[in-house]
Design a protein around this ligand. Structure first.
Ligand code: FUB
Ligand code: ZN
Length: 806
């Protein structure tokens, strides 16, 4: 394959490519990915879907994030560090990185939409950043601004805090990514020079015979590769490789453990472990270093870890990282829905990694996961208004969720901001004279291929319709291959591996025609390959049916058993209480005979294809039996669109078996009572009649007092009338291993007597067993209210799932 097309004109940035040329005379890397993504600025969306998101990103998200960086002190941290004004450091030690991400995203936006005012704003912020840099290149505002109540991890000394999450190297990585983007967008070296001074310092500080630490939060590897591409200076690539080669190397530093993927050397890593954002940025960085250095041993590592992720650690939404306590990967097949973490940053990092896996292997399976993550887990992370965000993206909610407009730890908002402007680069790629069409979206692109410039136009309503009309317009007639991705969801491959399968596998009968003439094809690596002499105006007609698919999960995915997920094309659906008669979704069952019909609703949620069906309601009776509660017409919406119309229950995995439904509660005394507590906890959980599988089961609602520890707390039922009661049952919450709640040290029951609370006269011991119901009877009392008082163990908090009163 001739290398000329690889060499000339692109620089990969942030997982997508932008027009190069600003670094005159810079030679192309000696090694590089065999496949080149399209430059993002060459792709113009004209669909209502992505073009709207990109426009909202430009007009709302960028100003919103800049304002937040101002009002939360993130920009002031640079101003104060520079000594331009007096003030103290505010926020987290990685807050500098949020400003860098905003600059990066705003720069990408400027490439497509020049905006003098925005460019001026960036200039001003960059002036502060440059002024905050120390003479030798060091730049990290928390260490220049030690405040009495804040010592950055590692104290005043530089570089020692990586194991304590100082983020000095992580912040630097985001600086480099921002600097390259800004330089490419504006041609200005202001931030690039800051970045290079800093990178030179890091190269002079770390490496053989120097400091041996590796980053506590990976990302700098990607930034260093970008600096290498933009300068041609191999020392940046060597530095990135050093940081990867020495992970888990106890001869150079004290390994930080699985959380940071620093437990064993990379060559021995087979599984995705630890913090998901760190991991996926690292995997993307490994790919860059592998391809830029030609070290194919690295690729074998990525292949192994990829298999581990898709076999047992990928949600149907394309989210990764199931465990909230350490924001990371749990064991294989441990994919709880309610507590699913699926950080928005992890989705973005996964997309970066997926794209690189495709660029290495040319296999559509990586784009299948990219597309799944993009339309679902990632897109759910940002509200349609462009100024509200989810950080975790669970697949089930008992209500109460809405996207805040910012977070104290605000890694996700500016990450989305920097991601969206470059979306175009994921749509097409080329390898010499082979063109890849990876994503479907209406619009036009001008692609540099081994056969010169080829304009490609797509007309489609994707993701709502699988008919795509593709007009291919080479400058001159030429023979080349067009590889059209046949999405995994239409190849009976929901995700690579067997985590999720269609309940009724369908023959999708995808058809392809060129200039109206039907073309047979057998997908190779997931692509229909059409090789021919292409002429201006040739038209490919791709037709992919989009039936509603019911997906069932691998038997080892406990939370999904007896349930199904709805998918249509690349879009995963959810049920939200606002669209059901009882405003509840967990109580519904959809037998396998249920028919779902699709309808496009232009008036809803910026235009969405919704699904309609009748579910069967379930209700618990006082004797514990369950009754069917009639047909309930419901509407399913795309998962990404949830939590835009108030706080309601939501599930991606509704029940197909009655045993998996959570029936509406029986009218027990507890259910009819008003609940209150010593703290504003989720009190309704106490009476919802959902018993957990164990005390650590976080798939059903529970009440807890974390982070209060060693305190005495209470919950109270106010009965609707005076009642005679003599027995209570409690199920304790205890998240040993993942959290700080434990069964309580002691508890007692009090009843209201006039204005006084008096203890009941118990007939047995007040047990505190985990994993089972703890019941106690007492001499009956006639009262209007009962109180459960509990004292947590010293150093721990406590909580409970259920409190039943008889
Ligand atoms: O540590 C910096 C960022 O904060 C991480 O990427 C996120 O997961 C959050 O922990
Ligand atoms: Zn984040």
């Amino acid at each position: 394959m001739k290398d000329i097309y690889r060499r000339a004109c692109t620089v990969i940035v942030c997982g997508f490519a932008i027009t190069a040329g600003a670094t005159a005379g810079n030679p192309a890397p000696k090694h590089d990915y065999p496949i080149t993504p399209v430059v993002s600025t060459a792709v113009h969306f004209s669909d209502g879907f992505w073009s709207r998101r990109i426009e909202v990103n430009r007009t709302v998200s960028i100003p919103h994030n800049i304002l937040k960086c101002e009002t939360t002190g993130r920009i002031d941290n640079f101003v104060f560090a520079a000594g331009l004004r007096e003030g103290k450091f505010r926020g987290y030690q990685f807050n500098d990185s949020d400003v860098f991400k905003v600059i990066e995203g705003a720069s990408y936006s400027l490439m497509a939409y020049p905006d003098a005012a925005l460019e001026h704003t960036l200039d001003s912020v960059i002036t502060f950043i440059a002024a905050a840099q120390e003479p030798d290149g060091y730049l990290y505002t928390p260490k220049r601004l030690i405040r009495p109540d804040y010592t950055p991890p590692g104290g005043k000394e530089r570089w020692v805090g990586e194991k304590d999450a100082s983020h000095e190297l992580y912040n630097a990585g985001h600086l480099y990514e921002a600097a390259v983007a800004h330089f490419k967008a504006t041609g200005k070296r202001t931030l690039l020079d800051v970045a290079l001074r800093n990178a030179d310092l890091i190269c002079a500080t770390f490496g053989p015979g120097k400091r041996g630490e590796v980053p506590g939060h990976q990302l700098i590897e990607l930034g260093l590769c970008k600096l290498y591409r933009v300068t041609g200076n191999e020392k940046y690539l060597t530095m990135a490789k050093y940081f990867l080669d020495h992970r888990g190397d106890s001869t150079t530093h004290e390994p930080m453990g699985t959380y940071n993927q620093d437990h064993i050397p990379l060559r021995d890593q087979n599984e995705a472990v630890g913090h998901a954002v760190r991991a996926a940025y690292m995997y993307a960085g490994i790919a860059d270093v592998a391809e830029l250095t030609g070290d194919s041993a690295y690729i074998a590592i990525l292949d192994r870890i990829w298999n581990d992720v898709v076999k047992g650690k990928l949600y149907i939404s394309g989210g990764i990282g199931s465990v909230g306590t350490y924001e990371g990967f749990g064991p294989a097949y441990a994919l709880p829905n309610r507590s699913a973490y699926c950080e928005t940053c992890a989705s973005i990092a996964l997309v970066f990694w997926c794209e690189r896996m495709f660029l290495i292997h040319g296999d559509a399976q990586y784009i299948d996961v990219l597309e799944r993550t993009l339309y679902n887990a990632l897109l759910a992370g940002i509200g349609m208004n462009g100024s509200t965000y989810f950080y975790p993206n669970p697949l089930e909610s008992f209500g109460g969720s809405e996207r805040p407009d910012w977070y104290a730890c605000a890694c996700c908002p500016p990450n989305v901001l920097r991601f969206l402007p470059g979306l175009g680069s994921y749509v097409y790629a080329h390898r010499g004279n082979e063109l890849y069409i990876n994503l479907f979206a209406a619009g036009e692109a001008s692609l540099q291929t081994g056969r010169g410039t080829v304009t490609v136009k797509q007309e489609t309503r994707y993701p709502w319709d699988g008919n795509v009309r593709i007009v291919v317009e080479p400058e001159q007639s030429a023979e080349f291959t067009v590889n059209i991705r046949i999405p995994g969801w239409a190849r009976s491959q929901t995700v690579p591996g067997d985590l999720y399968q269609a309940l009724d596998p369908m023959n999708y009968n995808v058809t392809l025609a060129v200039n109206g003439k039907s073309t047979s094809f057998a997908p190779q690596k997931g692509y229909a390959r059409i090789r021919r002499t292409w002429r201006r105006g040739d038209v490919i007609t791709l037709s992919i049916p989009m039936p509603v698919e019911r997906i069932v999960a691998h038997p080892r995915l406990d939370d999904d058993q007896g349930r199904f997920a709805l998918q249509r094309g690349p879009v995963v659906y959810c049920l939200e209480g606002v669209d059901t008669p009882d405003h509840r979704v967990m109580n519904l069952v959809f037998p396998d005979t249920t028919r779902f019909t699709a309808e496009y609703r232009s008036d809803l949620l910026n235009g969405v294809e919704v699904l309609h069906a009748n579910g069967v309601g379930t209700r618990r009776n006082l004797d514990g039996s369950i009754s069917l509660d009639g047909n309930k017409p419901v509407m399913a919406i795309p998962y990404y669109a949830w939590a835009h119309r108030g706080k309601f229950e939501m599930t991606v995995w509704p029940a197909r078996e009655t045993s998996a439904a959570r029936p509406l509660p029986a009218p027990t005394l507890a259910w009819k009572s008003k609940v209150s507590a010593s703290q504003n906890v989720q009190t309704d959980a106490l009476k919802d009649q959902f018993l957990p599988r164990s005390s650590s089961d976080q798939s059903v609602p529970y009440t807890h007092w974390w982070p209060k520890k060693g305190t005495t707390e209470w919950v109270q039922y106010d009965f609707p009338d005076t009642e005679r009661v003599s027995h209570v049952e409690v199920y304790w919450f205890d998240d040993t291993g993942t959290g700080e709640c434990r069964i309580p040290q002691s508890w007692r029951i009090l009843y209201k007597d006039g204005d006084a609370w008096k203890p009941v006269n118990t007939k047995g011991s007040m047990t505190t067993f985990a994993d089972r119901v703890n019941g106690v009877s007492f001499a009956s009392v006639t009262t209007v209210a009962l109180r459960l008082e509990l004292t947590s163990q010293s150093g721990y908090s406590t909580g409970l799932f259920e409190w039943k009163v008889e």
